[in-house]
Design a protein around this ligand. Structure first.
Ligand SMILES: Cc1cc2nc3c(=O)[nH]c(=O)nc-3n(C[C@H](O)[C@H](O)[C@H](O)COP(=O)(O)O)c2cc1C
Length: 163
């Protein structure tokens, strides 16, 4: 049994049927030198690289914290997460959930993004005005449900920082 999100069977891409899939959900703190320009670079790199590696997911920035979900072929996700962990634009990386997954949550998102402004449609339900991303991550299942709610919110896929 997969411990990954149950999202009701979104299709895999052609050529992926015999691959093991996995996902990682983590939170981290932005380093002092990380600002909007760096986030735009991260998003541009992610959207360019992830499409080639068949990785999909989302990144949320709030109050100098990140929450990121990545998923795709197991080897690609492992390799990417190793790179992400050693990236000096953030620190204090805490894995909330990781493991095998049967189907993608983010079928066609190279890297969705939201910050304070465009996360507002989700704010009321998750009390994000009161809760930090690190506190949200303490309730691991809740955090995963938040990711799924994000996926169901129109207009977040191609965002960049709202500066
Ligand atoms: C919070 C955060 C999220 C990131 N997410 C991704 C990602 O999804 N895909 C990616 O390729 N790089 C991501 N990066 C950047 C990687 O750490 C690394 O800089 C990049 O993959 C290097 O790409 P290159 O080998 O093409 O230069 C992220 C970095 C940070 C700080």
């Amino acid at each position: 049994m997969s411990s990954g999100p149950d999202v009701g069977g979104r299709p895999r891409l052609l050529g992926e049927y015999d691959m093991d899939f996995s996902y990682v959900l983590y939170v981290s703190e932005m380093s002092d030198e990380c600002g909007d320009g760096e986030i735009i670079d991260i998003l541009n790199t992610s959207r360019k690289n992830n499409v080639k590696k068949s990785v999909t997911g989302m990144l949320i920035r709030k109050d100098r914290m990140f929450l990121q979900y990545i998923e795709g072929p197991e080897a690609q996700v492992r390799e990417l997460f190793e790179k992400i962990k050693s990236d000096e634009r953030h620190r204090d990386i805490r894995v909330v959930h990781q493991g095998p997954i049967t189907d993608r949550v983010f079928f066609d998102w190279e890297m969705g993004f939201a910050d304070e402004l465009n996360i507002q449609p989700l704010q009321w339900k998750w009390e994000l005005d009161k809760l930090s991303l690190f506190s949200l991550a303490e309730g691991a299942d809740d955090c995963l449900n938040f990711v799924k709610a994000f996926m169901g919110t129109p207009g977040l896929a191609a965002n960049s920082p709202s500066c």
